[in-house]
Ligand binder design. Structure first.
Ligand code: IVH
Length: 709
């Protein structure tokens, strides 16, 4: 096989490259898994094109550069108009050059561009007769496609009936959202099938499959609307004369799903600069989208410009795809590591053959739990599809089953805790050492001493190891029992360090309940959940007295989490008692305890959504605030957790994700996709200084959380 990206040196290498590209393309369009990921395929085709430029007389008929891509699956339903592919650009320079050539062709500057995401699925034509969905056809070779009408009813966004009784063809992309893909693989593996490698494959396989014992949903996004032979002439003429943006609005009005329903709706832009700005915006939002995109499609919006530009046999000249770096690569699963976390959870992690994805070298990926490994049928030595977007931890989507050689080995699950050798509690999906948080005492103590928990200065990882190894502490409460003499007896502990550490421990005793709770490491409750619980119950006593039902009153705690929190608190009871005895604060300053439940079950203050409708006071009352980027000025030293605490002290609700419900986004230096999303949604933005002024009275609260004024 050719090395993707390599320069093609002779006709033999050229022929091999064509063969590889054809195979990859056939697998791609037929729903199989290509041995080449998108990036490698693009590089291969560029190398082929470069060689063909130098050797035009030797171009082979099969070359992917000269024909409609996707010619692998021939169909028998003719398309009314060819379903074309798109040419690609890979940089702002290439895009600018493309617009210049378009200007030359059309004879004037283009002043209306349509800019929309390039959805990573499969092209499909949906025919509506007098408003009823009658036929679904794949692209096939571009001139004829396969009839996949059996899929009608499984594609969300393609209504069975339009809002008007029109005869039209809607073209667009069928894909699986990330959630649909996860669901499809669960259902498929439960039926004994091999998991699909990625959402694109899953959509391709599902669309073409007939007579499956199960159905799984997919999603459609329209990007084209055209007349059929028996379309009413006035409508046909109107469609042919309409700008792309008007066609999309019309399709939406008919009830067809388009990108208008997403966080990255198609927009029009009037200059190259505006297009490039929108490209950057969509690229910034990519990681947060619930479906895959592999680029941005830029089209001349006006019908007259499209006509003037015309089309080649493979692609229109009036549109191009601005490709984004691939977020998926195929690599090999070399090993699985089992790490014990601070709460005793034994979590598997995949060790990969290093692979570069969008500029970073990926060596590890998350694996959720043993059941997940079994369900995906992962084996050591497997080729796996790895996905990494934005700052999210890379994940394995699925093994690429057809690349198996037979030499793959089963993944061995541990029989004893890999850290302390004790037994493993396998009763839940996530396995746990029977010693729980005591198994990894160093990790749980270091976490508890951390900046967002008890914030014990001078108690870093090394010091914790020293204390544990010397046998001076066996649990969190032990920290508060440390004596001056014990500390002075340790290596590298002078008088000053000792006194500083004792002072830091004394301060830590006054931390609010939310931080104590967080330090305890109750499973399923991180920083923000600990704050919500503490604000709801106000005291540890009330929290400990709460049953699962009462705990469910806290926003974000459902029927699953509530009983596990109750069980965790019961398990932690002796430790909590010791902390109380050591003088550790167990109250949340500023929080009001919940009113006792009345006999009819209502607590008087509870909103219908299970949150207490206590009218919070403060400048941020009723607001949901998201912080992103680096803080400066008065807020410079605050960690993200401290910022969130500040928001909540000032009456607001902190959140880590931007949505329509966000009231304010505090955007500091280097803010990226969250800022972009806030701008796209037209949300209120504040710089750190503006925000500091807004909450000035609440900044600088020391342990205990009370404002200084
Ligand atoms: S326009 C004649 N718009 O990308 C114009 N295509 O690589 C051709 N695609 O075959 C299609 N999102 O399957 C268009 N917003 C979008 C698209 C899109 C995804 C797909 C489509 C096309 C392929 C070309």
């Amino acid at each position: 096989m050719t090395t993707p990206g390599a320069v093609i040196v002779d006709a033999v290498a050229y022929a091999q490259a064509i063969e590889d590209a054809v195979k990859a393309s056939a697998a791609y369009y037929a729903g199989g898994t290509s041995v080449l990921d998108d990036d490698a395929y693009d590089r291969l085709v560029r190398a082929i094109a470069a060689w063909e430029d130098e050797n035009p007389e030797q171009v082979l008929p099969d070359s992917p550069t000269g024909k409609v891509a996707g010619g692998a699956v021939e169909g028998d339903v003719p398309h009314t108009r060819a379903m074309l592919s798109l040419d690609n650009v890979f940089s702002a320079e290439e895009f600018t050059a493309w617009t210049a050539s378009l200007t030359r062709r059309v004879g004037h500057d283009i002043t209306a561009f349509g800019v929309e995401p390039k959805l990573d699925g499969l092209a499909i034509a949906a025919r509506y007769t007098r408003g009823r969905l009658t036929r679904l056809i794949t692209r096939g070779d571009g001139t004829a496609g396969e009839d996949v009408s059996h899929a009608i009813g499984t594609v969300e966004g393609l209504p069975a009936e339009l809002t008007e009784p029109v005869t039209v063809e809607v073209r667009g992309e069928v894909l699986m959202t990330t959630a649909q893909f996860e669901h499809a693989n669960e259902v498929r593996t439960a039926h004994g099938g091999a998991p699909f490698a990625n959402p694109r494959n899953a959509a391709a396989g599902t669309l073409r499959a007939r007579e499956r014992a199960y159905t799984v949903p997919m999603t459609f996004f329209g990007y084209g609307l055209l007349p059929l032979d028996d379309t009413e002439p006035a409508l046909a003429a109107l469609l042919d004369e309409s700008a792309h943006s008007d066609l999309m609005a019309r399709a939406g009005g008919y009830g067809v799903n388009t990108t208008a329903t997403t966080a990255v709706p198609g927009v029009t832009a009037s200059t190259v600069e505006e297009v490039l700005a929108r490209v950057a915006e969509i690229a910034g939002l990519r990681a947060s989208l619930p479906f895959g995109i592999d680029g941005i499609v830029v089209k001349a919006d006006l019908a007259a410009d499209q006509r003037a530009a015309g089309s080649g046999s493979r692609a229109p000249r009036w549109a191009t795809a601005y490709k984004l770096p691939a977020v998926e690569k195929i690599t090999r699963l070399l090993a699985v590591e089992w790490n014990v976390g601070r709460t005793g959870i034994i979590a598997p992690r995949a060790v990969l053959e290093p692979v570069e994805i969008d500029g970073s070298t990926i060596t590890y990926a998350t694996l959720h739990n043993p059941a997940d490994i079994t369900r995906r049928d992962l084996r050591l030595g497997d080729h796996v599809m790895v996905h990494r977007a934005g700052d999210v931890i890379p994940r394995i989507e699925a093994p690429v089953a057809h690349l198996r050689t037979g030499d793959e080995q089963p993944i061995v699950f541990p029989e004893a805790c890999p850290r302390c050798g004790s037994g493993i509690d396998t009763s839940e999906q996530r396995w746990r050492c029977v010693n729980g948080r005591d198994c990894h005492l160093v990790a749980s103590l270091s976490y508890a001493a951390g900046r967002d928990q008890l914030d014990i200065e001078g108690l870093g990882h090394t010091r914790v190891v020293q204390l544990v190894e010397a046998g001076l502490v066996t649990d969190l409460a032990g920290l508060f029992a440390l004596t001056r003499d014990q500390l002075l007896g340790l290596e590298r502990m002078g008088e000053t360090s000792t006194d500083n550490l004792l002072a830091a421990l004394a301060t830590a005793r006054n931390q609010p309940l939310s931080r104590v709770l967080c330090a305890l490491g109750v499973r399923g409750t991180g920083r923000s959940m600990s704050r919500r619980i503490a604000r709801h119950f106000a005291t540890m006593d009330l929290l400990r007295a709460a049953d699962a039902e009462a705990i469910q009153q806290v926003e974000g705690i459902g029927t699953e989490k509530a009983p596990s929190i109750v069980a965790e608190l019961a398990e932690l009871a002796p430790l909590i008692d010791q902390l109380v005895a050591a003088g550790v604060n167990m109250t949340e300053p500023g929080a009001t305890p919940p009113a006792p439940a009345t006999p009819d079950g209502a607590d008087g203050e509870s909103g219908g959504d299970g949150t207490r409708a206590v009218a919070a006071a403060g400048p941020l009352a009723g607001m949901t605030v998201v912080v992103t980027g680096a803080m400066t000025g008065a807020l410079e030293k605050l960690s993200r957790n401290q910022m969130n605490e500040l928001i909540e002290r000032a009456g607001g609700r902190s959140s880590s994700s931007v949505s329509k419900k966000t009231s304010l986004v505090v955007a500091g230096e280097g803010a990226g996709s969250k800022r972009t999303k806030a701008e796209t949604l037209g949300l209120r933005l504040a710089a750190p200084d503006e925000f500091a002024a807004l909450v000035a009275d609440y900044v600088d609260a020391g342990p205990g959380g009370e404002p200084t004024v």
